[in-house]
Design a protein around this ligand. Structure first.
Ligand code: SME
Length: 183
């Protein structure tokens, strides 16, 4: 059924904002985010649609973010993908910055203070902490990264890492990455 704004009420998109109190612990918030994303993405292989909806859902549902989105591995470098927030750096070399480090090390990077991270790339000077989670393809190579920025120090911890790695696993499973990584 459509609401007064023409939205289909059957689509399980996030309807509450990060200010909602329905999920008042971090782990509960991530559990609900994952449930919402499973409803949005399941059965849809299109990389662009799924990354766009995921960036929007993450940005709306998690508190304290000033940027949330993706960089895709294309022709040996990272290129910005769907995101929410201010315009960002377009290309990042593998191994450079927090994003390139996550690809080079094939591991999540939790950065409590970006000013203390050697080589951090400041796309938005407001960003003070950051988390980057790699998304692995079927062959185990990194196809993309999920990047979240906050304007506060130490926003992200191990619960964020676990929650976002679950999101990355969902994306790895549902998306047809062969099309996403073509230039
Ligand atoms: N800070 C990132 C660059 C991307 S922006 O945060 C959107 C980095 O150091 O890789």
């Amino acid at each position: 059924m459509a609401d007064p704004h023409g939205h289909d009420a059957t689509v399980p998109a996030p309807s509450a904002s990060a200010d909602s109190t329905s999920a008042d612990t971090k782990s509960a918030r991530y559990a609900e985010l994952l449930e919402r994303l499973e409803g949005l993405l399941e059965g849809e292989p299109d990389w662009l649609a799924n990354l766009a909806n995921t960036a929007a859902a993450v940005y709306e549902w998690l508190p304290g973010l000033n940027w949330a989105g993706f960089y895709l591995v294309r022709d040996g470098e990272l290129v910005v993908g769907p995101f929410q927030g201010r315009p960002a750096c377009v290309r990042i070399a593998l191994g450079a910055g927090v994003c390139g480090t996550a690809v080079a090390q094939r591991s999540s990077q939790v950065v409590p203070d970006v000013h203390a991270f050697p080589g951090h790339i400041a796309c938005d000077p407001r960003s003070r902490s950051e988390i980057v989670v790699p998304i692995l393809g079927e062959d185990g190579t990194v196809t993309a990264v999920l990047d979240l920025d906050s304007d506060r120090v130490a926003t992200f911890d191990e619960e964020d890492r676990a929650g976002l790695e679950a999101v990355a696993e969902l994306l790895a499973r549902v998306i047809d990455w062969g099309r996403a990584c073509r230039s």
